[in-house]
Design a protein around this ligand. Structure first.
Ligand code: NAD
Length: 329
């Protein structure tokens, strides 16, 4: 589709591990006009700028003066300071997850964005995972949700507990799926190799009766990123890693099947059939989709899917879970 808007002038702040991928993807988005990069580590910025043929700004102020929007890919502890400066200079901000280290900091950013009529989008990338997008237009009312997010150990990210590093992805996902206030939270975690919890489990009970059980580990032998949810007459599984979705629906009648559906009869006294479906998941780059959505939100002046408010709610719940774990040591 033709886009009649002027390309958005964007800069990248922080070109470490993830910032390099932002650079790669922003290059591919026609509606983004990449102005350059800035990194506190000037040598790193120079090396990347030279290799990628991208302008390197000497100071953050110079980058902010040139851009309409920025992508902030610096360590979480710096998000508040860098994003505040960007918002005060009139730039829309994309901030990598989690939005900030504390809810107070996040609320300050929300206020600044509102006062300056600017957009905040936060990098809860799984909400742009093609497997999750494949279920987004299905009707669901989950009553039980199970999430597993397991990763092998890497020193990267161990500056924050596994809840803020990994579980926050699933927290964002479940809050986007369950439209009900939280009733109760239970949690436990263990510091196996780091100074903060490396493995954690949380049980979140919502007022509407839905229960979510989340397990996250950064000391696993194998990787796993799975969401499974159950509701009356239906079970759905989403594999974020493999990009696979499977749905099972129970029906009382011999079903007439769509092209990509199969059915089998349940054993037992009652006539029940299960319709199995494996929807096609188009492979797409989630980071590109997420950054393109940011640009589009700016151009159309609309609130992005993961705005500052929903990211703050996710952070609030993550910190609540973390506080329960900390109190148990
Ligand atoms: P990193 O340490 O590899 O890179 C951070 C870069 O920021 C470094 O080059 C550093 O020199 C630079 N930097 C630090 N402070 C700065 C400042 N004040 N101004 C400018 N540059 C500064 O870290 P990373 O792994 O790329 O993580 C960056 C952020 O991305 C973190 O918030 C992390 O939680 C998030 N992250 C998100 C995902 C995801 O799945 N969405 C995955 C990995 C990391």
């Amino acid at each position: 589709m033709m886009n009649h808007f002027k390309p958005v002038k964007i800069g990248i702040i922080g070109v470490g591990h993830l910032g390099k991928f932002h650079l790669q993807q922003i290059h591919e988005i026609n509606s983004a006009d990449l102005q350059g990069i800035y990194d506190q580590d000037h040598q790193n910025a120079e090396d990347i700028g030279k290799a990628q043929g991208v302008h390197v700004f000497d100071t953050l102020d110079e980058l902010l003066a040139t851009c309409d929007a920025v992508s902030i890919v610096t360590p979480t502890t710096t998000h508040h300071e860098v994003a505040s400066q960007a918002l005060k200079n009139g730039c829309h901000v994309f901030i990598e997850k989690p939005i900030t280290k504390t809810v107070v900091e996040a609320r300050e950013l929300l206020k600044l964005a509102e006062e300056n009529r600017l957009i905040i989008q936060v990098g809860h990338i799984e909400q742009f995972n093609p497997a999750f997008l494949a279920i987004s237009n299905m009707d669901h009312a989950p009553q039980f949700i199970e999430c597993h997010r397991l990763a092998p150990f890497s020193p990267r990210g161990t500056d924050v507990p596994v809840v803020l590093d990994l579980m926050i992805h699933d927290i964002g996902i479940i809050l986007s799926m369950v439209d009900s206030p939280i009733q109760e939270v239970r949690a436990s975690g263990v510091k196996v190799v780091s100074d903060t919890a490396d493995i954690a489990n949380a049980r979140i009970e919502f007022k509407n009766g839905c229960v979510a059980n989340l397990t996250s580990s950064r000391i696993s032998q194998k990787k796993m990123r799975k969401l499974r949810f159950f509701q009356h007459n239906a079970y759905t599984t989403v594999d974020f890693l493999l990009g696979v979705v499977e749905t099972y629906h129970v029906t009382d009648h011999a079903p007439s099947l769509g092209e990509d559906e199969m059915s089998f009869k349940l054993d037992g006294h009652h006539e029940k059939y299960v319709i199995y479906k494996k929807p096609v998941v188009e492979p797409q780059n989630a980071l590109r989709l997420e950054l393109a959505h940011f640009i589009e939100s700016i151009q159309h002046q609309k609130s992005p899917v993961v705005d500052g408010h929903s990211a703050t709610e996710a952070l609030d719940l993550a910190i609540r879970i973390q506080n329960i774990i900390d109190a148990s040591y």
